[in-house]
Design a protein around this ligand. Structure first.
Ligand SMILES: Cc1cc2nc3c(=O)[nH]c(=O)nc-3n(C[C@H](O)[C@H](O)[C@H](O)COP(=O)(O)OP(=O)(O)OC[C@H]3O[C@@H](n4cnc5c(N)ncnc54)[C@H](O)[C@@H]3O)c2cc1C
Length: 292
């Protein structure tokens, strides 16, 4: 199938894109790398009257570090995030996770901002920015606002963006002492996850002082699990871990689809929690079951 007819405007600057969106926002779609939008247009899952192409805007591209913050422009392609030494140093969770996002051809065009704005609940990167306590930078025609990642994702393909706004950047606080964990269960590498976990943590001695567990593909948006509270501030034992797993189970609302039942997703999420905690604390004794 081919896309239905639309008008096309290539934005020459962010201001120009915002002018176009101020006029056509409700009837428009922003085009970045096109790796989700183009299939949606061709399948006629989306039929906007206008396409506002921001793909050529160099001002939205790039990676920088200043004032205790790693800043990644919205149009920075997945391949550039994956290859960046700055990101490997300051947010290695992203480097590791991106290897699981689709395939090289898609990573060469798809962008970080596009993935976050698309807000697929099975996507890796929304969960990563949640685990990293990132802020999403959003611009409207006469203003800029900063939305904590925890408030940005609002449902399946739903975010805090209005049709007149652009996601312009992501800001990640530098936490030199933090460590991370990433794992997803997928049928093949490059497929969307059946269940995944992106986590960021800080450890003092043998206890977590901070633990951000962002599960994905277990609900309508990435979930920052409150279950972590059972594991922070004291020694982790088999029984505190079991309490955290039970609390996680209560928090989850997984869907059934062709890939997995809700029960299987719950099971895999509990196992990922165990794997994450045992790995970060380097406590193989906490594992009751080994996964490949
Ligand atoms: C075969 C295949 C496999 C895939 N596998 C995965 C996978 O495993 N994991 C995964 O996460 N993704 C996967 N994807 C999806 C894809 O990688 C991402 O969704 C894509 O990278 C999004 O970025 P983009 O720049 O291409 O966005 P686009 O397709 O251009 O846009 C996506 C959506 O976001 C909006 N948008 C884009 N940029 C902005 C912005 N700056 N401000 C406001 N709105 C914006 C668009 O209007 C559109 O609604 C796969 C895609 C394909 C085709």
């Amino acid at each position: 199938m081919k896309a239905s007819a639309f008008s096309y405007a290539r934005a020459s600057s962010v201001d120009h894109a915002l002018e176009l969106l101020a006029v056509h926002g409700e009837q428009a779609k922003v085009l970045s790398g096109g790796q989700s939008l183009m299939p949606a247009l061709n399948l006629r899952l989306s039929a906007p009257e206008w396409i506002v192409d921001i793909g050529g805007l160099a001002e939205l591209r790039g990676i920088s570090v200043s004032d205790g913050m790693l800043r990644i422009g919205a149009l920075t392609r997945h391949a550039d995030v994956q290859a960046s030494a700055e990101i490997a140093r300051h947010a290695p969770l992203l480097t590791e996770a991106i290897a699981h996002v689709a395939h090289p051809a898609i990573r060469n065009r798809g962008t970080l901002g596009g993935s976050l704005a698309h807000a697929d609940p099975a996507s890796e990167l929304p969960a990563c920015v949640l685990a990293l306590d990132a802020t999403i930078v959003v611009r409207g025609q006469d203003y800029e606002r900063r939305v904590p990642a925890a408030d940005f994702f609002q449902g399946i393909y739903e975010t805090a963006l209005t049709p007149e706004e652009l996601l312009t950047a992501v800001e990640i606080p530098l936490k030199p002492e933090s460590i991370h964990f990433f794992h997803e269960h997928a049928r093949r590498k490059g497929d969307y996850a059946i269940v995944g976990l992106a986590a960021s943590a800080a450890i003092t001695g043998d206890a977590f002082v901070d633990l951000r567990l962002a599960f994905f593909a277990v609900g309508d948006r990435p979930l920052l699990a409150d279950a972590s509270s059972h594991l922070v501030g004291g020694p982790v034992t088999a029984s505190t871990l079991a309490a955290a797993q039970a609390a996680l189970d209560d928090e989850l609302d997984p869907q059934e689809d062709q890939q997995a039942s809700a029960g299987m997703r719950r099971y895999l999420a509990r196992q990922l929690l165990e794997q994450c905690v045992a790995t970060l604390l380097q406590r193989p004794d906490l594992r009751t079951r080994k996964f490949a």
